[in-house]
Design a protein around this ligand. Structure first.
Ligand SMILES: C[S@@+](CC[C@H](N)C(=O)[O-])C[C@H]1O[C@@H](n2cnc3c(N)ncnc32)[C@H](O)[C@@H]1O
Length: 163
């Protein structure tokens, strides 16, 4: 498992997720939400390796970087942690589809992912609208699709083929 606390922000000038009050997100975000996301990605690596294309979809992606309450530094956001974990697990996502209702946030996320070498497509708008465009951007066959629903609150799901 990768350790996001030690990761370097490739774009410190871009937006950071600091929670609703701006003081930082709760510790549960890296310690539970992103921890289980990374564990899921690691645990499913052998299944994903069977597919030529491995697609990750997060329609609520945020800026790709978080600051935890009480910490001075920042850590990976969910999609960036997911991509880095996929590389560490030797089954890198071949396509990262990220969306957010806030254009500045989705562009920050896309830039951070691209800096790590990811193939990224950014979608700006409410998830109810962007999710169709994201699914339509997935090649029809030979793809595994990992979808993070509701801003990573729920367990991710992986689908073989098209959804
Ligand atoms: C908690 S943050 C990002 C979490 C991110 N998935 C992570 O784990 O780092 C949730 C994001 O959802 C976005 N958002 C809120 N309502 C939305 C909607 N209806 N459609 C798409 N994005 C939305 C916000 O702008 C915010 O960036």
């Amino acid at each position: 498992m990768i350790h996001d606390a030690a990761s370097i922000d490739t774009h410190p000038e871009l937006a950071v997720e600091r929670g609703g009050h701006g003081l930082g997100v709760g510790r549960w975000v890296p310690e539970e939400k992103h921890f289980y996301l990374k564990r899921y990605i690691d645990a499913t690596r052998e299944a994903r390796k069977k597919f030529k294309r491995r697609v990750f979809i997060d329609p609520f992606c945020g800026p790709g970087r978080i600051q935890v309450v009480g910490e001075s530094g920042t850590r990976d956001g969910g999609s960036v942690a997911a991509y880095r974990q996929s590389i560490a697990s030797s089954a890198a996502f071949t396509s990262m589809l990220v969306g957010d209702i806030d254009g500045e946030r989705v562009q920050a996320n896309a830039q951070r992912l691209a800096a790590l070498g990811a193939s990224v497509q950014a979608f700006t708008g409410p998830a109810m609208q962007t999710v169709d465009a994201m699914v339509n951007a997935v090649p029809y066959s030979l793809s595994s699709i990992t979808v993070v629903r509701f801003g990573s609150w729920m367990v991710p799901e992986t689908y073989p083929g098209h959804v």
